[in-house]
Design a protein around this ligand. Sequence first.
Ligand code: RB5
Length: 149
Amino acid sequence: MIAIGCDHAGVEIKKAIIETLSVNGYEFKDLGTDGEPCDYPVIAEAVCGLVTSGECEKGILICGTGIGMSMAANKINGIRAALCSDSFSARYTRLHNDANVMCLGARVLGSGLACELAEIFLSTGFEGGRHQRRIDLVTALEEKNRKLK
Ligand code: RB5
């Protein structure tokens, strides 16, 4: 199950990605927005919540640049969100970073490229090995940050 959400800037790209998900047999939960103006952190929290709870295996977030969504998503413990605008990054953020959320910029990308990036992100596995140690270090940063509060 894939969680997907966007702000008002990302509605058309989200529709295109949902179409691609359906064609490729992915199940998804659409967390909005359907067009009404909204604040991207609210959508990021909703999508990431489904990923951290385990209800969804991965998330896709779209805003104008993808930057606001990625900033918001990466504040959430357990989320490794990658802002992608090229296929190499979409592939390697899965292979090496085990990214569980991908962020896309609707005002940066055409819908064809956005759909292709989503497909790469969803179909590429994590390589593990030495990369797991680095993921563990990233997770340890979350823990350290929690203790500072
Ligand atoms: C909304 O106009 C825009 O600021 C938002 O979609 C996003 O680009 C923020 O990072």
